[in-house]
Design a protein around this ligand. Sequence first.
Ligand SMILES: *Cc1c(COP(=O)(O)O)cnc(C)c1O
Length: 381
Amino acid sequence: MEKKRIYLSSPTMHGKEQEFVKEAFDTNWVAPLGPNVNSFEKELAEHVNIPYAAALSAGTAAIHLALRLLGVKKGDIVFVPSLTFSATCNPIIYENATPVFIDSERETWNISPEALRKAYDKYPNPKAVIIVHLYGTPAKIDEIMSICAEKGTVVIEDAAESLSSTYKGRHTGTFGKFGIYSFNGNKIITTSGGGMLVSADKDMIEKARFLSTQARDPARHYQHSQIGYNYRMSNVTAGIGRGQLLSLEEHKSLKKAIYKRYKEAFADISEIAMNPLNPDGDANNWLSCMTIEEGCEVTPDKIMDALEAENIECRPIWKPMHLQPVFQEYDFISINGENGCKSCSVAEDIFNRGLCLPSDIKNTDEDMERIIGIIRKIFVS
Ligand SMILES: *Cc1c(COP(=O)(O)O)cnc(C)c1O
């Protein structure tokens, strides 16, 4: 018999979602607008403590609209970490702007303040900086925000993976001019697909709603003076989101418990390190990740093969953007010769030695034991 499937991070529904969805059906609000959309925006904004939010069809759409609202256009430079998911930087290309990829630091795996400073030496006037809180770990926000403030650059926070993570008590996604969240199927809460753009700037969020609904000017006839998008969240989807939001903090504590379990289980194996946490933050531990010590003969592939053979889902660390064929022509800024890895960047080193462990909050104790047992066996004989 095939072993029970264990997932990396799958949706976890609780039932309350269906009540909001039912309400949408009962009132026939099956449209890209409606009471659930308005309420989801308000409730999410309250949860992370920011004044305004626009519910959209995807996190990627939220990043795209943030760039549009900042007027990012052809020829503009946008700084973005290399170690991230492609959705962080694809919208830069949608606007024909130029990404400059920045290396990570080792303490949080996020954009390196030193490399960021170095990037300014070469490109003094970027139009925006996008930062990411990878796998839920907050970046070095104070350092980054102070560099960007000093240089007068606006910051977009890609908090797609870090909804509910905090830094010095404040929610990730609320530090930049814009923050974005994702409700894709594997995120900490999901609406099957969806996203949110948040900001303290009321006009910008109103403009985001306008652009997300095809940029219709206020007129009875269909009048357009700008290019718009079909990016609004539907009222059915927003119903799922309202239900999920009620369980966000519970999901966070379950994710944190998974991380803690792995950390304790591998504490005696010196070749394994868990992904770092920011001491100034409280991470949601969206995905628990590990790296294998440099020079160890065990490779991430070996671990992934062993887990997959047992019907357990896992995945590599995001492959850095500067190594992607599609982004080959763009610059990459790194501090070379840094800490132990002389030949490669920090981003590439983490990619080479790391992997994402199953972090599904429905994992039982037995599931966790199965995963841990398989990995321990590779290192301890
Ligand atoms: C998931 C994700 C996104 C994109 O969100 P979608 O809702 O899937 O469009 C953007 N950035 C990062 C870092 C992500 O992990």
